[in-house]
Design a protein around this ligand. Sequence first.
Ligand SMILES: NC(=O)c1ccc[n+]([C@@H]2O[C@H](COP(=O)([O-])OP(=O)(O)OC[C@H]3O[C@@H](n4cnc5c(N)ncnc54)[C@H](OP(=O)(O)O)[C@@H]3O)[C@@H](O)[C@H]2O)c1
Length: 277
Amino acid sequence: MTWGSWGKNLSVSEMSRLIHHCFDNGIDSFDHADIYGGYTTEQEFGKAFKATGLSRDKMKWITKCGIQYIAESRNNHVKHYDLSKDYIIRSAEESLKNLQTDHIDLFLLHRPSPLMHPDEIAAAAAHLKVSGKIREFGLSNFSPSQSDLVMSKTTIYANQIQFSLTHAESMWNGDLDYMMLNNIVPMAWSPLGSVFKENTPQSERLKRSLFKFIEKYRGTADQLLLAWILKHPSGILPVIGTTNPERISNSVKAIDMKLETEDWFEMVQESQGHRVP
Ligand SMILES: NC(=O)c1ccc[n+]([C@@H]2O[C@H](COP(=O)([O-])OP(=O)(O)OC[C@H]3O[C@@H](n4cnc5c(N)ncnc54)[C@H](OP(=O)(O)O)[C@@H]3O)[C@@H](O)[C@H]2O)c1
């Protein structure tokens, strides 16, 4: 999302270098959506990956569909969602072309639609799986009841949700419990939350409190925010958005940063601005 025109506007050769950098640091999964860059970033990434000379078999491509965005390449007047069978299949095929690949490792419905029907979704998922165009099927931003609806007709591998120390509702409202109970892999988008994006009393409080832990854990603030997510027992996979090579290398090291339970709760306290009940 952050590599193309919605973010740092990297050139194809800059993207190629960044893919190499990720791979050299043990990152082999890349998160896309058809809409990123107004339907342009998948294609740029496809070109960039080809130029790396790396083997596709060593990589995992994730992409999403379902948001009909207002962009030059589309004739949409109103932003809306389309989770019909034909649209889902057409989107997957378009993403395959853009990414220059014969399969998508994980294909997600980007957002739930009030007009979605589980039969349509299941028929699309079955078609895409049987034809080998996708390996796994999943969701993004779906609540437990919306997931149940889809799961009444097809299998779900993952649900990509907003989750971070500043957006932690899912660990209190049952969303993550639901995923654990149903063997759905939780993925966290915007894993650093608003800490570096906004100057609010909450982000200021967190930056101050992370300072203390930086010394104790000998890491950086972004590593601590990722380590905080990784301690949750549901096995959340953070989807990092930084384009900075040094921060990418740092992020991977968060895996080895094991936060003590009291420190984990102190971070919750600083985020909330009050103690847990
Ligand atoms: N499924 C969905 O609905 C959905 C929605 C949104 C996003 N996503 C996915 O989630 C990914 C990550 O989202 P995100 O970009 O919001 O995640 P993020 O990793 O929480 O934030 C990344 C941003 O924080 C900045 N940053 C990182 N470390 C920093 C530091 N130490 N100091 C200051 N700034 C720092 C980065 O800038 P630099 O690049 O300069 O480091 C970048 O702008 C997206 O790329 C997309 O694939 C999915």
